[in-house]
Write a protein of this length. Sequence first.
Lengths: 474, 312
Amino acid sequence: MFEYAPAPESRDVVDIKPSYGLFIGGEFTDGTGTSFKTVNPASEEVLSEVASASADDVDRAVRAAREAFGTWSAMPGSERAKYLFRIARIIQERSRELAVLESLDNGKPIRESRDVDLPLVAAHFFYYAGWADKLPYAGYGPSPRPLGVAGQVIPWNFPLLMLAWKIAPALACGNTVVLKPAETTPLTALLFAEICRQADLPPGVVNIVTGAGETGAALVNHPDVDKVAFTGSTEVGRLIARSVAGTHKKVTLELGGKAANIVFDDAALDQAVEGIVNGIFFNQGHVCCAGSRLLVQESIAEELLEALKRRLSTLRLGDPLDKNTDIGAINSAAQLAKIRELSDHGELEGAERWSPACALPERGFWFPPTIFTGVAQSHRIAREEVFGPVLSVLTFRTPAEAVEKANNTPYGLSAGVWTEKGSRILWMADRLRAGVVWANTFNRFDPTSPFGGYKESGYGREGGRHGLEAYLDV
Amino acid sequence: MTTSFADVASSNVALRTFLHGLPGVDRVGADQRAAMLGTRSIKTTAKAEAIDLAIRMVDLTTLEGADTPGKVRAMCAKAVHPDPADPAVPKVAAVCVYPDLVAQAVGALAGSGVKVASVATAFPSGRSSLDVKVADTRLAVEAGADEIDMVIDRGAFLSGDYVKVFEEITAIKEACGEAHLKVILETGELATYDNVRRASWLAMLAGGDFIKTSTGKVQPAATFPVTMVMLEAVRDFLAATGRAVGVKPAGGIRTTKDAIKMLVLVNEVAGDRWLAPDLFRLGASSVLNDLLMQRQKMATGRYAGPDYFTLD
């Protein structure tokens, strides 16, 4: 009865070049690897051709970063802060452009890139800009020193936000960086390179090398890199940990997750439903800390599932640039295949699959929001990270059982607890082995709050005062 | 699934047990959800449809000490022909006046299809005896009111005397006869969303046909989160009992943008069924001219100045 007319955000605010080079020593240069195409996952339209960095190119970038390190690290913190504040402001000024580009390259809804990603990106730079001249008060000694050159490899789910999480603290502490964005989402990092130039950041402080796995490996294995920071799959994280073992390199890894979102029978039901939706369908479930396992107290399971299904029927899937879209496109064909494989396996294992009636666009990579009920701990969909809009529903009877099931996973990145009883929140938080425990909310991020994992979800913390440690010689 | 709630109001203990057994409302989460729905972008054809629907849902209201028969007649004329220059503009749903002016409104609106609503029960404070409140209601009904907007006894509600609130509503409902009963919760005085949910259920259990946020005399009035909590209540009440109760946010809705945000809330929280004047109303007066201005802008591409819209 009330159909929302299409409300597309204009594409005209971004100017995508037909091809992009690498950003090394403050200049855009050609790469010597085979260039690759980046596509809009919502339409499979080719957006641009991007240079691929070979081992030689990576070496050039690391040398540029090393050369810049001397002056950058010697600069008073208050001076470094000026550059970071300037970058933060430019990001705010150009946020519409960045948001549209992020949605085009990644497939996420513009509502999220506009209202979540970009405000957090700017906030992260503002926050760490504030630390740059206060490092002696951070609790890491009277004059903490930077590490040197940081090699940073980031994923495709929050391209610009992960860039901010990596670059802002590194620069505030006086390091220089070589960053490799994911091969399916390089464009906002390249626009960020332009912003670095606009902010007059000294050449070589930030270098961006695009490419696939080999480029990342060349960066991580480069002997003159002092610090490796990686966000991505546990599988690649293991390779990285192995390759830097026995070297002087400091490492932080932020890896996979299989978070439990735990709903007690006294929870605020409507808000719990929102939290479940936000926990697993935010960013199409391409979130390492996604609440992919719903643990619901058996006494309200039926009522909650009914409410959840009703809510899912109102989700709007489609054009990521439409301002009313809730669920965008899956980032790549490869990821879509993985989500399909695991979901099909869920059915084979006997779980019951449900999706709301929802038409998928013909072109592009799409997957409907999906719930599996009757899931057991032993099912693959309850154990493996799907990294898609797929929720596994399990039940529990007592708080102790909830804790036991929540912790019964090799991962430990995040967890959610929904109850109106404050003491139970604290009791649960004491026992859940997860880096973040959200109470009556989910997927809330703030630059002041440390983020990171237990167990196979990685080590080290990003964000907050704790996030400085990863980039200081302490 | 329908449940019988026959025994719920048998005592304060029973009523308290039931109302406090309803799921709580988390303020942070509710505010967030309402704010998110406020970002929906309603453009072009959807906006045009929403504006006409919103006009059809308006309860054009005057509730001033200075109200006169002349003022009420003028408002009634506007209710029937909101834009004299454009006969395609739909009529509003109802006019809302004090009981002593109902007769004037009934006379002015005869045969127009626009309903007459009257506030009653010692509006706006509700501070009087039940006898006076019933007499107030009868006065309005006998003068021809189609709808009665009563206020609940917030003092009784906040002191936990739910049975008193319940019995007052049932007594007024009886005094209404054929007239529809809207129950004003005055959410600004109930303060918490938990109370809004409980008062909503209390009013529905007692037989209210509509639940209404506010008198318009207390701030905050019809906020988006409060309206959302009430829409959740009517949605859940329908699922539990099979009876659909209407919702009327009133007070503080001044712009087309606000009116459309309300419709988005209705659409995504309660659903289709409430997107009609028999189950959703906007209690307002100044919003009507803004709706008319936006409507004309959509039709002609130009904004006319405020002097081109009547002030009645």
